[in-house]
Write a protein that binds this ligand. Structure first.
Ligand code: 5AD
Ligand code: SF4
Length: 454
């Protein structure tokens, strides 16, 4: 009988994309996706440790799986991703029913390790580093009109709060032609929107030796691929955002008018302690340049509240920069110490929970105010919308995204992957409401992209 698999992903887009690769690998080995995840023969947990309470979530899920496995001894459990990279042996110690533990650098080995575990019992394999770029692995994508494309893995920065460099390793750029070729083959399969992924996309190419292309060049080439209608990227680091990138965005009609531009803090003192490499003023100066260069630019951000040593005055500076930046939306995070990072050791400077909550709520007010204003300003406009499918809350409605990456809900049914003109009729802080004007393009995709090694 054909074995089935289920993958549970925690964390960011990079992890979701790694999960697509895991699915592709398992399918290449003959497994099929389980319709009921609880009945899967192979369960893979792809973990994250950036800021969530990942340990609790993981061990909670593993506890649940333990009883399933007791009832079905043939079942296999694999744990991969950032937390596995970091905690390695601890996972096997705390959860001996786990068959395979693999790290962020050996996603490609997951299938082989599962086979080995079936014969030999539990295995753990964590590579410190790998030169094999994971994008060369097969991929099974759930969505066939939009795709993530990894252009870089790892990170060479050392932000004091961040565990990524420790678990994802040094920065490696994927060869230029390989990226463009992947986008071309995705487009040939019907994908019309790609999102270029990297921890710090603006330093793309810095480590390439044969030729050192800039990110701007990559953006132009990817944007010119036949069949591609939208290109997005995430995330640029403010210290490395170059005028060339802005010029390339403006000159590339397929490049969407959206910049995810992580602030983290508006206080120069805190930014220095974080090793971010910019000040609040410099951040805003570059932002003004981006807005001047790219018309109708939507700007989103990441902000951390309660970094060790953050005072009320520091936080006020964050509020000021956030207000001046007039964000379309912001991911706001409560600082969470990650063992092994520099700031985690500054226990004497941890901010009391009450202060953090109060600041967090204030920041939310400031961000939602500008988000709502930005959204209200769009009422009355006709937007180009890429249809994502029936609305999750009300299936009689359709949901999609504008070029500015705003979620829009409108009445009626339009096929997933189509493009439609939608008149914006209402605004809320996190979405827009609209009315369908007309469908401008049907979905180009086939119903499902076959598993391929590109
Ligand atoms: N605590 C809180 N937020 C964090 N982030 C990264 N590390 C931490 C941490 N230790 C946030 C940053 C980053 C986003 C991906 O996650 O804002 O931009
Ligand atoms: Fe983490 Fe900073 Fe690298 Fe982003 S740039 S992944 S926050 S170390």
């Amino acid at each position: 009988m054909t074995r089935t698999y289920a993958i549970r992903t925690f964390g960011c887009q990079m992890n979701e994309h790694d999960s697509e690769r895991l699915a592709g690998l398992l399918e290449a080995e003959g497994l099929i996706a389980a319709t009921d995840p609880n009945a899967a023969d192979v369960v893979v947990l792809n973990t994250c440790c950036i800021r969530e309470n990942a340990d609790n979530k993981l061990y909670g899920t593993l506890g649940h799986l333990k009883s399933l496995k007791a009832a079905r001894p043939g079942m296999q459990i694999a744990v991969g991703g950032c937390l596995a990279q970091k905690d390695q042996a601890i996972i096997q110690e705390r959860a001996p029913h786990v068959d395979v533990v693999f790290g962020t650098h050996n996603v490609g080995e997951a299938g082989r390790l599962l086979q080995r575990a079936a014969l030999e019992g539990p295995v753990m394999e964590i590579l410190e580093e790998s030169d094999a770029f994971p994008s060369a692995l097969p991929v099974r994508r759930d969505v066939s009109h939009a795709a993530w494309v990894t252009i870089q893995i790892g990170c060479d920065n050392s932000c004091a709060f961040c565990i990524v460099p420790a678990v994802r390793g040094r920065e490696i750029s994927r060869p230029f032609d390989e990226v463009v070729d992947e986008v071309a083959s995705l487009a040939a399969a019907g994908v019309t929107e790609v999102t270029l992924l990297g921890q710090n996309v603006n330093s793309y190419g810095r480590d390439l030796t044969r030729r050192r292309p800039l990110f701007a060049e990559l953006l132009r080439h990817v944007g010119a691929v036949d069949g591609i209608r939208r290109v997005r990227f995430t995330s640029p680091h403010p210290k490395d955002l170059r005028p060339e990138t802005i010029t390339a965005m403006a000159a590339t009609p397929t490049a969407c008018e959206h910049l995810h531009y992580p602030l983290q803090s508006g206080s120069d003192r805190v930014l220095a302690a974080m090793h971010r490499g910019y000040t609040g003023a410099r951040y805003l100066e570059k932002l003004a340049g981006a807005r001047a260069g790219v018309g109708d630019l939507a700007v989103t951000t990441d902000i951390i509240v309660g970094f060790p040593g953050e005072t009320d005055a520091d936080f006020d500076a964050t509020l000021e920069v956030a207000a001046a930046a007039e964000y379309d939306s912001a991911y706001t995070f409560v600082y969470s110490p990650r063992t092994g990072t520099e700031a985690a050791a500054w226990t004497d400077r941890y901010v009391p929970a009450d202060d953090v909550t109060r600041r967090f709520d204030l920041l939310k007010v400031v961000v939602e105010r500008s988000a709502l204003a930005k959204h209200e300003a769009r009422v009355g406009r006709v937007e180009d919308v890429l249809v994502e499918g029936p609305s999750k809350k009300d299936p009689s409605m359709t949901s999609g995204r504008t070029r500015q990456n705003k979620l829009v809900h409108f009445a009626g049914q339009v096929a997933t992957g189509s493009y439609a003109d939608v008149l914006v009729t209402g605004a809320a802080p996190h979405f827009l409401r609209g009315e369908l004007v007309e469908v401008t393009a049907g979905p180009r995709h086939r119903t499902r992209i076959p598993v391929s090694a590109s």
